[in-house]
Design a protein around this ligand. Structure first.
Ligand code: ZN
Ligand code: ZN
Length: 363
């Protein structure tokens, strides 16, 4: 038996369909039949070669949902729930964090662990189906597997996807207190996730700047009180509107989810004195900007924080919240289109051109 997989052989090269050999299931490993796998903005970055240390060829797809086909000596998920063939699960894409290095033990920043690997990003296709754009996914021993909490479906999880987890992490990293006014910059998957969790955490007012219009409608559905178009309004017009909404003071918390360096200056201008700004959308290097240290940071008493990647607890808590608030968080609606393994090139192109907010690979 072989496993069909979409393989990114090198940056800028069309993806190919490969037949990978069935992996040998070592003790502690699990084989999933893929139900759905996300096409994330990071996959577009991978296609353009913007991430360092990627061992092309790779099977992309870091957030996926699968059905357990075979589990070699694994009968519980990470939360201790019984795990059986046929169960629908997702898994934490980060693996092999060592819990033995300085970053893990002293700084407690496992996302900086040099041993860290990520499914769909830093495993070679030569090592097996270690990404979700494949008929089956091989979960190595120790991968954190969990069954989807009721009533979540694969579309809920993939519709949220890693943007949901990053959005959760960005909100958690902020100082958002109940009643605060929050500005979310960007209405892609990360911005939509941040919008949902800012509202759930008790924001008094959530303002989203983004485009295009369908994304701003999704932002409204997920908890935005006010949306402002980044294309139809000038930055001056956006500022006037946000001053009106905040008694002239500016926002208490801003969350960046654009990947556009120009967004940084705009948010610091709109942040109230003593406010917090979390930058979560610059996963890759998109260039530099000029700031005025006196006006933008020091005199403003600004608290500027970065959020790079997610930990297991972000994924766990985000999915728990999604399960509890399922009725008011229509994340499955974010899924815009489905593509087979042979259509991965089209899926990437559609995501890059913003034709769909979330594309999904369904083998
Ligand atoms: Zn992602
Ligand atoms: Zn480590």
């Amino acid at each position: 038996m072989t496993i069909r997989a979409a393989v990114m052989t090198a940056p800028g090269k069309e993806l190919q369909v490969w037949d990978l050999p069935d992996p040998a299931l070592e003790p502690g490993s699990v084989l999933l039949e893929t139900v759905a796998s996300e096409v994330c903005g990071t996959d577009v970055h991978l296609y353009h070669g913007r991430l360092a240390g990627v061992p092309y060829p790779i099977v992309p797809g870091h957030v996926s949902v699968g059905r357990v086909l075979e589990a070699r000596g694994v009968d519980r998920d990470v939360l201790g729930e019984a795990l059986r063939p046929g169960d629908v699960v997702t898994f934490y894409d980060v693996h092999e964090v060592c819990n033995a290095c300085w970053h893990c033990l002293v700084a407690r920043q496992p996302n900086r662990c040099p041993n860290r690997k990520v499914y769909g990003i830093t495993y070679s296709a030569h090592d097996g189906p270690l990404g979700g754009w494949a008929e089956r996914i091989f979960l190595k021993p120790g991968v954190r597997i969990f069954k989807l909490p009721d009533p979540l479906t694969a579309d809920d999880v993939i519709g949220g996807g890693c943007g949901l987890f990053t959005g959760y992490a960005a909100v958690e990293r902020s100082t958002l207190a109940m009643g605060d006014t929050v500005l979310v910059q960007g209405a892609g998957p990360v911005g939509l996730g941040a919008t949902a969790f800012a509202a759930l955490r008790g924001a008094g007012q959530v303002i989203v700047i983004g485009a295009p219009a369908p994304r701003l409608e999704l932002a409204k559905a997920l908890g935005a009180d006010v949306t402002l178009s980044v294309t139809d309004l000038s930055s001056k017009e956006r500022e006037v509107r946000i001053r009106e909404l905040t008694g002239g003071r500016g926002v208490d918390v801003a969350i960046e989810a654009t990947g556009n360096p120009a967004a940084i200056g705009e948010a610091l201008g709109l942040l109230r004195d003593g406010g917090t700004y979390v930058i979560a959308g610059h996963y890759t290097d998109t260039g530099s900007i000029t700031l005025n240290p006196h006006i933008d940071i020091n005199r403003k008493h600004a608290d500027i924080r970065g959020q790079w990647g997610t930990d297991f607890h972000h994924v766990y808590r985000a999915l728990r919240m999604l399960a509890k608030h399922h009725a008011r968080l229509p994340l499955a609606r974010i899924v815009g289109a489905r593509y087979g393994i042979g259509d991965a090139n089209r899926a990437l192109a559609d995501v890059e051109a913003l034709r769909v907010t979330k594309a999904v690979i369904v083998p």
